[in-house]
Design a protein around this ligand. Structure first.
Ligand code: SAM
Length: 299
């Protein structure tokens, strides 16, 4: 059964009387190249545990199951469960969990698979993410410190551009800083909207997020983070306040959104070695880190 074929997808939908849900972000992949790009971009190998977010009718799941030791797919739509049972029936290394990924304890799933000796290799998250919750899914994985070696996911191109952007770029913002605080970010591929059914309005990008907390990433000294912080909360508050009014100077944005008087902000910026006339979009993560550490110490 070729699950990338639009006529096969239609036949399965008709037979199961399955209605596509726009609100669940259901856009299915119909191009084998894209599957290959995700699987090889993730580096899925024999022995690995693959956690897939949103398997849909199982097109990417089957591809992962051909290689990995174990695939655990988390799908919210219960109407897809009988379909997945059928399309994945020839694999005995796949488990489908009918749950909202945002409410799923993924660390517990990984620990259980490890305790049951279901894999010996790396832990890799893959998925063609439901667009309406791309950022919450990524931030959940990162903030909860889910122990994974890689996260290789497709999302709207515009969101991917924001995530991988750096200082001086228009797309650089709080989400870029937040993700890059936890991960190295690589672009795997751009994917045109034409390869999905139904066709979304925008193009997509596959990104590889490589957590700095993964074994061998070389960031052990800073606890698997981009920078060492006195107070993570102060850092994220500072980044948020600085970008809330991104066209203002740091002196102005931090004193209005950050609730501090200008003299204090000036002093802290000075101590961090940052010119108060600069804007948030010019600061590196290291500079945000220095500033947040001054703020945390200067209260
Ligand atoms: N992997 C399939 C493919 O590429 O053809 C489907 C991808 S589709 C963009 C997103 C999938 O995520 C859908 O199957 C949708 O039902 C599922 N989904 C949406 N919200 C979810 C949630 N909160 N938790 C788990 N799965 C979700």
């Amino acid at each position: 059964m070729d699950l990338t074929s639009p006529s096969t997808i239609k036949e399965i939908r008709d037979r199961h009387n399955f209605q596509l849900s726009k609100s669940l972000g259901q856009n299915f992949i119909t191009d084998r190249n894209v599957l290959d790009q995700i699987i090889s971009g993730a580096g899925v190998s024999e022995g690995d545990l693959v956690i897939e977010i949103g398997p849909g009718i199982g097109v990417l799941t089957a591809e992962a199951a051909e290689i990995a030791a174990r695939v655990i797919a988390i799908e919210i739509d219960r109407n897809l469960i009988p379909i997945l049972k059928e399309t994945l029936s020839s694999y005995d290394n796949v488990e489908v969990i009918n749950q909202d990924v945002l409410k799923t304890d993924i660390t517990e799933i990984i620990n259980r698979a490890k305790a049951d000796k279901l894999f010996t290799g790396k832990v890799r998250v893959i998925g063609n993410l439901p667009y309406y919750i791309t950022t919450p899914i990524i931030m959940k994985l990162l903030e909860e410190g889910v122990p994974v070696d890689s996260i290789t996911v497709m999302m709207q191109k515009e969101v991917a551009d924001r995530i991988r952007s750096g200082p001086g770029n228009k797309a650089y913002g709080a989400i870029s800083v937040a993700v890059q605080y936890y991960c190295d970010v690589e672009r795997v591929a751009n994917v045109p909207k034409e390869v999905f059914v139904p066709r979304p309005k925008v193009d997509s990008t596959v990104l590889n997020l490589l957590p700095l907390s993964a074994e061998g990433s070389g960031h052990e000294e800073t606890g698997g983070r981009r920078v060492e912080l006195a107070d993570e909360k102060a850092f994220f508050n500072c980044v948020k306040a600085a970008f809330a009014q991104r066209r203002k100077t740091l002196l102005n944005s931090l004193s209005s959104a950050g609730g501090m008087d200008k003299e204090k902000v000036k002093l802290l910026l000075g101590r961090a070695g940052i010119d108060p006339g600069r804007r948030a979009e010019t600061l590196t993560i290291e500079e945000f880190g220095r500033l947040a550490n001054e703020m945390a110490g200067g209260r």
